[in-house]
Design a protein around this ligand. Structure first.
Ligand code: GUN
Length: 285
């Protein structure tokens, strides 16, 4: 079987077009546009790129985007900034790009963001809602995977989903989202014994380990849908967690890296910003 390549770039473009229409309707009704405020500290090149993509995406769909960029900042000043943005009614979404410098407590910063404006879905209130099945603002990368599967008409209900990687922002929330949609979920990680024995059972295999090409062809069931989230710079080239060329021969559908999940994550930041703005302004029905 030769897998169909899932074009995340094209799906994300379609979603941005839909969002542009919804943002225009929001503007007509409210006389204002949703506003996303992005905070970035330091010089991490990947973080700078992600922030740029989120900002250009926002502008494309008509969402106002404001960047707060600092070479360095104290934790106290950063918390004060978030407090100010929380109180500002003209700010609908707040996103603090991670990682933050080591001298700043990331958890404290995330906890300071008002849960209603937490477009990353990282606040424990939003994570807690996800845990209990009352999904609110959801983390953007796992949400992007779910939207992508929906657009591709991949059935989730009753399927064996195996996730490799248990991070708080990807693996764990994705496990809960798939569970809510009635998949049978296995969450694997670095201490998993005989990883291949799990991955080979997967109808839906999701790699989020940030370990280049760790998923080899023999680890994949024939006909599986394979979603590659990990992305690592290897000698200046973006390489995914899946050995794409070989795994493509077994999968029914597979995402490439780049051009798979990445553009979906950015689209979901925009979708969450609109959702947050609608909720703050009481919807626009
Ligand atoms: N760093 C890596 N991924 C993310 C993300 O989804 N959101 C934020 N804020 N920072 C990140």
């Amino acid at each position: 079987m030769v897998g169909e390549i899932i074009d995340g770039k094209a799906i994300a473009k379609g979603i941005r077009q839909e969002l542009a229409g919804k943002v225009a309707a929001f503007k007509k009704k409210r006389g204002t546009v949703p506003a996303l405020h992005v905070v970035i500290v330091g010089h991490d090149p990947a973080s700078k790129l992600y922030v740029r993509l989120k900002q250009t995406g926002a502008e494309e769909v008509g969402i106002k985007s404001v960047k707060h960029e600092f070479d360095t900042i104290t934790e106290k000043k950063l918390l004060e900034l978030i407090d100010k943005l929380n109180k500002d009614k003209a700010v609908h979404g707040i996103l603090v790009q991670l990682p933050l410098p080591k001298d700043i407590d990331e958890k404290k910063v995330i906890m300071k963001i008002s849960p209603e404006k937490d477009v990353d879905g990282f606040h424990v209130i939003n994570m807690g809602k996800l845990f209990t099945g009352d999904e609110n603002l959801l983390p953007c990368t796992p949400l992007g995977v779910i939207r992508m599967l929906e657009k591709e008409k991949v059935e989730i209900r009753g399927k064996d989903a195996v996730i490799v990687g248990r991070s708080n922002i990807v693996g764990k929330p994705l496990a809960l989202m798939l569970l809510k949609r009635h998949a049978t979920v296995t969450l694997c990680h670095t201490k998993t014994k005989d990883l291949a024995s799990h991955t080979r059972r997967a109808d839906l295999l999701i790699a989020a380990a940030w370990a280049p090409k760790m998923i080899e062809a023999h680890m994949v069931k024939n006909g599986a849908v394979v979603i590659d989230i990990g992305i690592t710079d290897v000698n200046g080239k973006a390489v995914g967690d899946v050995d794409f060329k070989k795994v493509k021969e077994r999968a029914s559908k597979i995402t490439p890296v780049p051009g798979g999940v990445g553009p979906m994550t950015v689209a979901m930041v925009l979708s969450n910003t609109l959702e947050a703005a609608e909720k703050q302004l009481g919807g626009y029905a």
